[in-house]
Design a protein around this ligand. Structure first.
Ligand SMILES: C[S@@+](CC[C@H](N)C(=O)[O-])C[C@H]1O[C@@H](n2cnc3c(N)ncnc32)[C@H](O)[C@@H]1O
Length: 198
């Protein structure tokens, strides 16, 4: 299926040209802190639109054994195959595909600058897909931009009110609040979410 938003070529081209302004180069502190309080290292975890997958790297370093990453850009996933060559197929599975084509039943999905890569017109489908990829009681956790951007995206932002409304039909909102441990350049512009699939 064709991507419902920016094309595979669009993203792949950005990786080919190394124009990855979103890439912070390390796992997001807020997500790291969330990971650090997880005790069951065997839970199944998905990271969609994973980019350079620093969070996946961190999970593996902490002993998590069932991590799946998916990204639409083949140049990026080829680089990930090489980065994780000793782990791939053991603790991490790398998938090159459109997130909207993916099926599964995960305990946890980590969101990091993925929603902001998708056109706001597909947000209802994003919520449905996230919900369908989680077991009942599974968590969608991570960071969203809590501000609106002036220019046409990506990134596409949003407001906490808008996010509450869009998620509340399918998710119990455990946390949706300003992120207190954002990296310096994103301070005040992020929302931390911990949502539980109904
Ligand atoms: C803004 S980047 C964020 C990457 C990474 N999460 C990070 O924070 O560094 C968005 C990522 O989503 C991927 N992407 C965009 N649309 C996608 C889709 N429909 N399915 C899977 N991946 C997609 C892009 O290739 C890109 O790697």
């Amino acid at each position: 299926m064709q991507s419902k938003t920016m094309s595979k070529e669009y993203w792949n081209n950005l990786y080919d040209k190394d124009e990855v302004g979103w890439d912070i180069g390390f796992p997001s502190p807020a997500i790291k802190e969330y990971i650090d309080q997880l005790t069951n290292k065997g839970i199944s975890i998905l990271i969609p639109g994973c980019g350079n997958a620093y969070e996946a790297e961190y999970l593996i370093a902490q002993g998590f054994t069932n991590v799946t990453v998916i990204d639409i850009a083949p140049s990026l996933t080829a680089a990930l195959e090489s980065k994780f060559k000793n782990e791939n197929g053991k603790t991490i599975k790398i998938i090159t595909d459109d997130f909207f084509n993916h099926n599964g039943a995960y305990n946890l999905i980590i969101e990091q600058t993925f929603l902001s890569a998708l056109s706001p017109s597909v947000r209802p489908q994003y919520v449905d897909k996230m919900h369908s990829l989680l077991v009942k009681g599974g968590h969608l956790t991570g960071i969203l931009f809590g501000r609106v951007f002036e220019e046409e995206g990506p990134p596409y932002g949003g407001t906490p009110q808008e996010y509450k409304q869009m998620f509340s039909k399918k998710f119990k909102i455990k946390k949706l609040e300003p992120c207190y441990n954002s990296i310096e350049r994103r301070k005040g512009s992020e929302v931390f979410i911990n949502l539980i699939a109904k």
